[in-house]
Design a protein around this ligand. Structure first.
Ligand SMILES: *[C@@H]1O[C@H](CO)[C@@H](O)[C@H](O)[C@H]1NC(C)=O
Ligand SMILES: *[C@@H]1O[C@H](CO)[C@@H](O)[C@H](O)[C@H]1NC(C)=O
Ligand SMILES: *[C@@H]1O[C@H](CO)[C@@H](O)[C@H](O)[C@H]1NC(C)=O
Ligand SMILES: *[C@@H]1O[C@H](CO)[C@@H](O)[C@H](O)[C@H]1NC(C)=O
Length: 356
């Protein structure tokens, strides 16, 4: 009889202590694990960021709430935090310095929100950040101040936004960046300098934009590039020089699903690209012609031997014409010379005759 009573007492005590600990250290609606390092406030119907997080928090999940605004200095006590997840939380505005003082923050996830702009002071305090995830928002412009303190970011995901403007200094502080994802935006041209300073960039994903124009120097600073995805854009023609600027050994390039104008010039560019061993066009088989209408929907690979035939014929005709003209000219000249010399002789002989 004594034993069960003692057990009951121990049980009651442990329940009491654990509830009181949870109650006093974990914000309402959240779930705190492993002591208090992992705080999970996902889908907790929060409309504001709680202020009573345990100071030991290392990972915080605030996804699937309704936070609308992230105010300046939104996480004043979380100086140990390294992972902060705020995806799908209806965030519309991020005030300058929202993440100030989060000096150990390594990964910041702001995916699937409604962010249209990140102000000049967005990156304050994020100089140790390694991964910044901003996909599925409504960003339109990347200016040169937005990311200015992100010296240590290695992965930046901006997929599925509405970016149509990137200023030439937009990524200049990110000298350690290894992956830049800009898939499914509205970029229509790439101007020199926009990827300047990204000498550690390995993956540049530009799939699904509207790129038509590429300045020839735009990839020259990318000395570590292993994957350049330009598929699903509006390219009609490209210049060989643009890609020759990539100095990495073994860069894979994707160019399918563009608006290719298949002519001799394009065939030559691809021919030259194939001859450069360090550049690998992985999807050449799927480079499909849009123009001219006679070649629409045909793979460039299936017509590439014919495209320069007309030009070759023209060149041949010109060569033959020139050859004939030259031969004719020589023959004429020779004939004239003979005639003249003959006349000369006769003249001479006439002179001779007259002298006689
Ligand atoms: C937080 O909890 C939700 C379920 O409520 C779960 O889906 C999510 O993965 C958890 N977050 C973390 C970081 O473990
Ligand atoms: C989110 O919060 C705003 C006010 O901050 C409110 O107007 C809106 O109805 C909320 N949305 C949901 C889905 O709860
Ligand atoms: C290139 O894009 C920028 C925005 O990123 C735009 O301001 C400029 O007009 C575009 N240039 C051309 C030639 O389309
Ligand atoms: C590519 O061609 C398609 C079909 O003609 C057209 O709708 C689209 O606007 C073109 N893309 C660009 C970026 O010009």
């Amino acid at each position: 009889m004594v034993l069960p009573a003692a057990l009951l007492l121990v049980f009651q005590f442990s329940v009491a202590s654990s509830t009181s600990e949870t109650w006093s250290l974990c914000p309402r609606g959240c779930d705190c694990r492993e002591g208090i390092k992992y705080v999970n406030c996902s889908a907790a119907s929060l409309q504001q960021i709680p202020t009573d997080f345990p100071t030991d928090t290392e990972q915080l999940d605030l996804s699937k709430n309704n936070l609308t605004i992230l105010p300046a200095n939104a996480f004043p006590s979380l100086w140990r935090i390294n992972i902060l997840l705020i995806s799908s939380s209806n965030v519309k505005r991020v005030e300058g310095g929202a993440f100030d003082l989060l000096e150990n923050l390594w990964r910041l996830d702001l995916q699937r929100n409604d962010i249209r702009d990140l102000g000049h002071r967005f990156s304050i305090g994020l100089s140790f950040l390694n991964e910044l995830l901003l996909s599925d928002n409504h960003l339109e412009k990347l200016n040169s101040f937005m990311f200015q303190n992100l010296d240590n970011v290695q992965k930046l995901n901006l997929n599925n936004n509405q970016i149509s403007e990137m200023s030439s200094g937009a990524f200049r502080s990110m000298t350690r960046l290894r992956q830049l994802h800009l898939q499914n935006n509205q970029i229509d041209n790439l101007t020199n300098g926009v990827f300047f300073m990204l000498q550690n960039l390995e993956v540049l994903n530009l799939q699904g934009n509207q790129i038509k124009e590429i300045d020839t120097g735009v990839f020259t600073s990318l000395t570590s590039l292993t994957l350049l995805d330009l598929s699903k854009n509006g390219l009609e023609r490209i210049k060989f020089k643009t890609f020759l600027g990539i100095q990495t050994w073994g860069t894979h390039i994707l160019l399918s699903e563009n608006n290719w104008t298949c002519d001799c010039e394009l065939q030559r560019v691809f021919g030259k690209l194939h001859s450069v061993q360090r550049l690998i066009v992985d999807d050449y088989e799927n480079v499909i012609c849009l123009e001219p209408p006679a070649l629409r929907d045909l793979p460039l690979a299936s017509v590439d031997t014919q495209l320069c035939i007309a030009e070759t014929v023209t060149v041949l005709v010109i060569t033959v014409t020139v050859f004939i003209t030259v031969v004719a000219a020589i023959v004429m000249a020779e004939r004239n010379r003979k005639k003249r010399t003959g006349k000369h002789w006769s003249e001479e002989s006439e002179d001779f005759d007259s002298q006689n």
